[in-house]
Design a protein around this ligand. Structure first.
Ligand code: NAP
Length: 341
């Protein structure tokens, strides 16, 4: 298969760099264009990027001249990891010019005609694109906490139904981009607020678990409440979650639903999406964040809850599964469904 040329909007940022590493040897895609703000434009990528990945910058990318947003682009398929302040206008601009934008940004996630997709959960929501194939369109992946939460809860929702979910987050600093939170604010500290995060969590998951009907998504009816914290962890969002299922079941049934949740036949989908630990000291970000090359999630410490039915701990990689890897998987899902041309 001839590789598909792609561009990256916001290529110099935290998620943009992760996209570049994940796409470096991708069997289907090749990065041909990198785009960032005016201050970076016109210069070779390698001379301006504050590179934070452990893997070297691919030689070809190092030499690519950065374009600025709104420049004309040759690649039909664009990944967007733009700052939220500019993503809405820039992504709409490229869609109007016939591009397909696969976005990490929040701007269009809840738009009624934009698919918000995790292929293993609601890949069929691509039906929203019905009739749009001759024009450009946007497909989005969820917020990084929602991604981790949705992968853990979907097997339970599908098998037993969910009534209520309460989630307390411990979110890594890389989730705030670069340079992100000042070191003097976060070192040895916990910040008990992340702007807009609680609202995103309680809305996006309902769209993901919603049902396609008559060219729109009917949101799922689950009560979700979130409390968000930034903690001094580099990568990996840890969630303490309590939930009530519709059907009353035992812990063996819950664990079996997680263990039976399998990946798709796509290059970035892990065969086992969830690893469950019997050890009550796991998961931990330092030990477990890279499970499934960062595309899997880990769960442990399932026990009865005296307020809701159950409680447990969930962990996932925020810049891989929660952002760049999610976008790459969505692009693979589009190609597998023949929607990229
Ligand atoms: P980041 O490190 O701050 O990177 C932002 C990118 O946007 C950079 O390439 C930057 O280019 C570009 N940019 C900023 N202002 C711009 C402007 N005025 N015009 C054009 N380009 C501009 O942020 P990030 O963490 O990678 O996040 C990127 C997006 O992904 C955000 O929408 C974020 O909400 C979302 N997201 C992030 C994560 C995560 O874990 N970090 C997870 C899920 C979703 P310059 O270098 O030239 O300034």
């Amino acid at each position: 298969m001839k590789k598909i040329a792609v561009g990256i909007l916001g290529a110099t940022g935290t998620v943009g760099q992760k996209l570049i590493t994940l796409l470096a040897d991708h069997p289907w895609f090749t990065v041909e264009e990198v785009v960032a703000s005016e201050k970076s434009a016109g210069k070779p990528y390698g001379s301006v990027v504050a590179w934070r990945e452990t893997q070297e910058i691919p030689k070809k990318i190092k030499q690519l001249e950065i374009k600025k947003v709104f420049d004309s682009l040759a690649s039909k398929l664009l990944f967007s990891s733009l700052d939220a302040t500019v993503a809405a206008a820039v992504e709409s601009h490229y869609v109007e010019r016939g591009h397909i934008v696969i976005s990490n940004a929040q701007s269009h996630r809840l738009h009624s005609q934009v698919p918000l997709v995790i292929p293993e959960v609601n890949g069929t929501h691509l039906q929203l694109l019905h009739g749009e194939r001759s024009r450009g369109f946007i497909i989005t992946n969820p917020n990084c906490v929602v991604m981790v939460l949705a992968l853990a809860l979907y097997p339970l929702f599908k098998n037993f139904g969910l009534e209520k979910v309460m989630v307390h987050t411990m979110q890594a600093v890389s989730g705030a981009g670069y340079p992100g939170v000042a070191s003097m604010d976060i070192l040895g500290n916990v910040i008990p607020h992340i702007d807009g995060e609680e609202e995103k969590i309680s809305r996006e998951i309902l769209k993901l678990f919603g049902t396609y009907c008559d060219r729109k998504i009917d949101f799922a009816a689950i009560k979700v409440s979130a409390l968000c914290n930034r903690v001094p962890v580099f990568h990996g969002h840890t969630l303490n979650v309590a939930f009530t299922t519709v059907e009353k079941i035992d812990s063996e049934a819950l664990v079996a639903a997680w263990k039976n949740f399998k990946g798709l036949d796509l290059p970035s989908s892990p065969s086992n999406i969830i690893r469950y630990f019997d050890d009550c000291h796991r998961p931990q970000p330092r030990l477990d964040v890279n499970f499934g090359n960062g595309m899997g999630i880990t769960i442990g410490n399932l026990r009865p809850c005296s307020i809701l039915d159950w409680k447990c701990t969930i962990l996932g990689h925020n810049t891989v599964r929660g952002a760049a890897g999610a976008a790459v998987l969505n692009a693979e899902h589009l190609v597998a469904n023949g929607l990229h041309t």
